[in-house]
Design a protein around this ligand. Structure first.
Ligand SMILES: CC(=O)SCCNC(=O)CCNC(=O)[C@H](O)C(C)(C)COP(=O)(O)OP(=O)(O)OC[C@H]1O[C@@H](n2cnc3c(N)ncnc32)[C@H](O)[C@@H]1OP(=O)(O)O
Length: 410
């Protein structure tokens, strides 16, 4: 790889259209006007980095400012996005230069202890210290093979509607559920508009997106965003139900929504790209074998400020451990850190005491959302136990009672 000498510059608001066209080329799609306009409202020019060769835009990387749900709360997190390098300038170190600049800026701003992203390819970001912090299931199945428990008389009401007309209800349910689900990002008005935008080009031949809402004794307590695609075979109807989000704050709402989604007349197949790894649906269907689950990566987390990040989340059990961390890219993180914490609070301070565990900063990203235990990384040979017994106490503390999940690609 040759190293680039082209300078990195900060973007301006007026660069947005050019960035959209540029990334369309990188990601092999045309600019879709409706989505492009919704994205303009969330674009933060001051957080976007650009590289030009003469007047040509040849690389970009940006970040959104949002809170991210973590075990026991939420932390400000740089949501890294809009990353691309022109095919004319690839493999010359442009991505590397942008990632280094971006992480340095995030670290020195001291507002966000972590950065988070969805990777287009899993092999791109580990070299910059990003760890695979949450996974998701791609679920598919033949709906005629699946039944849920019969409704109880007090199960509440379902109602179909247009998602944009029910944005306030969706936001209320989402915010209620989000407090206990690591990996979900805060959505303000602009973000809801972006999430709900539904241009024809994104429908894969299906209908517009619809919402089913569940009303329980305390009002709307669940929603499901979905679309269907009409298909027929010689044997009869064979339509597809594609689910985008099912969010419910009560088991009754969750069950009722899924019962409807799995039994829409004329549909026979289900596709759901972003289910949590502990998704309750698996515990509800009468024949789990008839659901196919494919495990895929979801959120990648980069711990940017080790003491601030480790103190910002909570731990499922009491922990008092010294971790020796290496971080070649942000050397301030390299050193020994004493983490003391539990379900209610946590502190992380530098120490000269002996280390109990040692790992690189990427491992901390993997552990950050509570989806993987230190012992799993030790078994993979990526984290070392320096004091016998340290893994046995650290592992239940780092994991969380709900698996991290992520259902919105930003
Ligand atoms: C958060 C997001 O936005 S994810 C979206 C990322 N963007 C895309 O996938 C769009 C299409 N791809 C691209 O634009 C580019 O190929 C990028 C951004 C992935 C890589 O940009 P480049 O400038 O070529 O990367 P750079 O030259 O800095 O490469 C650094 C190292 O990563 C490796 N690398 C970079 N991209 C890839 C890849 N896709 N697969 C495997 N290795 C890769 C390079 O080989 C190089 O390795 P080396 O140091 O051992 O030689």
């Amino acid at each position: 790889m040759t190293t680039t000498t082209l300078p990195i510059e900060a973007a301006r608001a007026e660069d947005y259209d050019e960035i959209g066209r540029f990334l369309g080329t990188m990601f092999h799609h045309n600019v879709e006007p409706e989505a492009h306009e919704a994205e303009r409202a969330i674009f933060e020019p001051e957080r976007a980095l650009l590289v030009r060769d003469g007047s040509d835009l040849v690389a970009s990387a940006a970040a959104y400012t949002r809170d991210l749900g973590v075990p026991g709360g939420a932390v400000p997190a740089a949501h890294v996005t809009l990353v691309g390098v022109a095919p004319t300038h690839r493999r010359r170190g442009l991505l590397t230069a942008m990632m280094h600049r971006q992480l340095r800026q995030i670290h020195d701003d001291r507002r966000e202890p972590v950065a988070v992203l969805w990777a287009s390819e899993g092999r791109i970001y580990p070299r910059f210290g990003y760890g695979l912090a949450s996974q998701r299931f791609h679920v598919s199945g033949e709906t005629t093979e699946l039944r849920l428990p019969a409704p109880t008389p007090d199960e509440g009401q379902l109602r179909l509607d247009h998602p944009a007309d029910r944005q306030a209800d969706l936001a209320r349910v989402y915010d209620r559920v989000r407090t206990d689900r690591p990996g979900w990002s805060a959505r303000d008005e602009r973000w809801w508009r972006y999430v709900l935008v539904d241009p024809e080009a994104h429908r894969g031949g299906g209908t517009e997106r619809r919402v089913v809402l569940h009303e329980g004794p305390d009002g709307v307590d669940g929603y499901g965003l979905f679309r269907t695609k009409a298909e027929w075979s010689d044997a009869g109807p064979n339509s597809l139900t594609t689910v985008d989000e099912v969010v419910a704050s009560t088991p009754a709402g969750y069950r009722a929504i899924w019962r409807m989604l799995l039994s829409l007349d004329l549909t026979r197949r289900l596709a759901w790209m972003r289910a949590a790894v502990d998704e309750p649906l698996l515990r509800l269907v009468n024949e789990p074998r008839r659901l196919d689950f494919r495990l895929i990566d979801a959120l990648w987390v980069r711990v940017v400020d080790v003491p601030a990040a480790l103190a910002a989340r909570r731990y499922a059990a009491d922990i008092d451990v010294v971790v020796e961390v290496t971080d070649p890219l942000l050397p301030e993180n390299t050193g020994r850190w004493r983490l003391r914490g539990g379900p209610a609070e946590a502190t992380c301070t530098p120490t000269t005491g002996p280390a109990d565990l040692s790992c690189d900063v990427r491992c901390l990203g993997e552990l950050f959302l509570g989806g993987v235990a230190p012992v799993a990384l030790a078994d993979a040979g990526r984290l070392r136990e320096l004091r016998p017994g340290a893994l046995a106490t650290a592992s239940p503390a780092f994991t969380w009672h709900r698996a991290p999940s992520a259902m919105e690609i930003f």
